[in-house]
Design a protein. Structure first.
Length: 450
């Protein structure tokens, strides 16, 4: 076991090290430049056709769930503890400059996620029972004919989900409730497992119906609380932005907190945490988007841009600004404890907002990632694997809550990162399809005046 742990540690260092970050950022830069940075140029159009149509009940075209239910499921999985603890860890390790590089990764990630979603819808399949399935394993196989690479992605996704999408999240919920409300972890695990079962047993339609209500609610609570903190420290906002931008290129060490935060550290932690929170390039979210009811792959792809925008440029930024404007980033704390300190420093009882945020964000991730893992299992073993996967999912929620199998968490972290390799190979190899569909869609939109 010790030998396996050492091997995993070595592989993990490579997977989440500079080479992988260069690959993810490089892919985002290539896709962004080839599309003329349309995710920025057409951001107004994108928000008009996503944010302002969020609660539309009908969508044109075929699919299982509405466009927003699909993105809500993806956001449920994406918006997790990384938005609260991950951002704080990046700032603690890389200084305020890490926030700039987190934004940088998000801007490029919007186009990467867009490309993933476009391909997922374009190459999705309709099953004999009328369901729509898709994701990297399908566009790699159907678009490139590389079955072996599709199988590799599906295997990584199926196994990684149990750690990153399940046990790590339930452990975060248990820790938050024990810290704030003195609730015993095993009790949290059991209740969480029961609620999770009630949601996931119904499949994507029930998951979509649940997440379209949960995601706006949980985001609103955290965003409102964060904005209150930021408004209370409004006078410090200009200095905070100045510190973030200057530290991104000069490095900034906290007094007594950490030593020698360099530009390289700011870049590494900022980009890594940005990718970890919005999952652009990992290939997970396209699995949910593939079930959306839509009349064109690009129309659903716009929701991919919105997903990264909401996750990183809105929610993560609120966490970052709350920490920097409150001044607690130099306290020596890290993770959720740092975010909690930032909220408490400005608002009495503000730490409860963080605790509630962690509970809701982590639970939504458990629900969303179950669907990802289930679709990967179905690709490998057929539809009969779906219910088996759901049943296996439940006990791991309890195991994670009581803190078991830490090695599995580490292994899942590695597998989670490994998902990006076959996915990005597929996205880059099929980028011509993305560019063609994008050009056709916007040419039609211009003609029809929609």
């Amino acid at each position: 076991m010790e030998a396996i742990m050492k091997i995993n540690s070595f592989v993990n260092g490579i997977v989440w090290g500079p080479p992988m970050l260069v690959l993810i950022v490089g892919a985002g830069l290539f896709l962004s430049s080839k599309t003329g940075f349309f995710s920025l140029r057409k951001l107004g159009y994108i928000l008009k056709n996503t944010l302002l149509k969020m609660f539309a009940k009908e969508s044109k075209g075929e699919g299982e769930v509405t466009a927003f239910q699909a993105v809500a499921t993806a956001l449920a999985a994406t918006v997790g503890t990384g938005n609260i603890a991950g951002v704080a860890t990046a700032i603690a390790a890389g200084g305020p400059g890490a926030v700039f590089w987190m934004w940088f990764a998000a801007v490029l990630g919007m186009t990467t996620k867009y490309a993933e979603v476009v391909l997922a819808v374009n190459f999705r399949e309709k099953t004999s029972d009328g369901r729509f399935v898709g994701g990297p394993m399908y566009y790699i196989n159907n678009g490139l004919g590389w079955k072996w690479l599709a199988v590799i992605f599906a295997a990584f996704g199926m196994l990684a989900a149990f750690g990153i999408g399940n046990m790590v999240q339930s452990n975060s919920v248990a820790a938050a409730l024990e810290s704030s409300f003195k609730i015993t972890p095993w009790m949290t695990g059991v209740v969480l497992a029961v609620i999770t079962a009630l949601v996931i047993i119904g499949g994507i339609k029930r998951i979509g119906a649940f997440t379209e209500k949960l995601v706006p609610f949980m985001a609103a609570i955290y965003i409102l609380g964060g904005l209150i903190i930021i408004i209370m420290n409004a006078a410090k906002i200009p200095a905070a932005f100045a510190l973030i931008f200057s530290s991104a290129f000069t490095g900034k060490a906290a007094i007594g907190g950490f030593a020698g935060a360099t530009i390289a550290k700011a870049m590494r932690y900022g980009i890594a945490r940005g990718v970890f929170t919005n999952e652009a390039g990992l290939g997970s979210a396209p699995i949910a988007h593939a079930a959306a009811t839509t009349d064109h792959p690009v129309r659903q792809g716009l929701w991919g841009v919105f997903e990264v925008f909401a996750d990183t440029l809105v929610i993560c930024s609120i966490t970052a600004l709350a920490i920097v404007t409150s001044g607690v980033w130099e306290s020596g704390l890290t993770g959720a404890a740092l975010t909690t300190e930032a909220f408490n420093a400005s608002l009495p009882g503000g730490g409860y907002i963080v605790s509630i945020g962690i509970v809701l964000f982590a639970f939504s991730t458990i629900v969303g990632w179950e669907y990802y893992g289930e679709r990967c299992a179905e690709y490998l073993f057929g539809p009969k694997a779906n219910m088996v996967y759901r049943i296996l999912w439940i006990p791991f929620v309890v195991i994670g809550a009581i803190g078991g199998l830490e090695f599995v968490w580490d292994l899942a972290d590695t597998l989670n990162g490994l998902m990006a390799i076959p996915n990005l190979i597929g996205v880059l190899a099929l980028s011509g399809t993305v560019f063609k569909l994008t050009k056709e869609f916007f040419a039609k939109e211009k003609i029809t005046g929609k």
